[in-house]
Design a protein around this ligand. Sequence first.
Ligand SMILES: NC(=O)c1ccc[n+]([C@@H]2O[C@H](COP(=O)([O-])OP(=O)(O)OC[C@H]3O[C@@H](n4cnc5c(N)ncnc54)[C@H](O)[C@@H]3O)[C@@H](O)[C@H]2O)c1
Length: 365
Amino acid sequence: MKKARIGVVGAGGIGAAAHLPAVTGLPDDAELVAIVDLDEQRRTDAGEKFGCSNLYADLGVMLEEQKPDIVVIATPPHLHEPLAIQALRGGALVFCEKPLTGSLESADRIRAAEVETGQWCVTVSQFRYAGGSRQVRDSLRSGRWGRPLIGVAHTSWYRGPEYWDIPWRGKFATEFAGATTTQAHHAIDLLLWLMGGEWSSVSAIADTLSRPIEVEDASVATVRFADGALATLLSTVLSHHQETKLQVMAERATVDLDTLYMPLLEEWSVRQVDAEGTTQVVADWAEPEEPVQAHRAQLADIIAHWRAGEQPELTIAEARSTLEFLTALYKSSHTGVPVSRGEIVAGDPFYSVLDAGGPTRKASR
Ligand SMILES: NC(=O)c1ccc[n+]([C@@H]2O[C@H](COP(=O)([O-])OP(=O)(O)OC[C@H]3O[C@@H](n4cnc5c(N)ncnc54)[C@H](O)[C@@H]3O)[C@@H](O)[C@H]2O)c1
């Protein structure tokens, strides 16, 4: 079978920890043909560690010389749009880290480049590919547990002040937004997906309570779904008790996930109340699974679609829904009223800037 020739742009934190091992961990499906990083030491170290001698400081030169099938983008967020569009125009399918980009307007420009080139730009959402997630999604979709009624997603992480020593972090210009978009993105995207994705409105407060940063370090939100279901969200980097908790209360069962950074099948649990009114843990709700490295699992899925000439999951149209949700959350925090799906369009300041209200947050408190 034809291997996908893959170039990785950004050999920093997540590039070196997840994307490069994901590519080299699929020896039958993928070939690492290039590493691009502005930092010479990083690309040299990554080249040695992952057995790649085609090292570049510039994506354009790499595209010209290597003509990769897939380009992975693992750079700071403000570079996602220009690099993604450049790679699409260079003839590659793009696999881009989250957050996809800094505004709906920017997402629409990437979508236009998808249409122009006939290529796809896929956003990383590794929680959807992590242990158990698909089995929970399939069970919820099948109606086995009845309709989802209430969802909960708490991302309670801790980041000490030194986390923001990396210059692009914490600033609107380069990170776009804070805990809700950077850290809680995984749990929020997973919850919206499990609930069916059809959110209809969100009310929220986002604020910078403690850290010396521009972007928010905490937010709370309530969500209404098109079918009437509800959800609550907590997203923060201020919790000394670090955990990611997800819950879906459906008509005939409640599903819980207790994890931190990477869900495993055994971290999911399902409970049902029996005829006597006693809560019972359901033992046999899932098939056994091999543990997965979720970035690799998503990449393998992209390669399978690429080979088949089919549209993969999480291209711009789908990833835009989560970006629109996050934008609506920030807009609600700014305006103090619920924001409906579809209301943020061209001409709205939040169409052009993810957290357009952020810079005035401190002043208005
Ligand atoms: N999915 C996840 O679990 C996860 C985890 C961490 C970070 N991220 C996301 O991944 C992205 C990168 O985060 P990070 O923590 O790895 O950042 P980082 O700063 O550690 O690494 C970024 C790398 O990109 C390189 N770079 C910058 N500009 C470049 C350019 N024009 N061309 C080539 N290389 C360039 C830098 O030199 C650096 O090595 C962010 O969007 C972040 O939100 C995702």
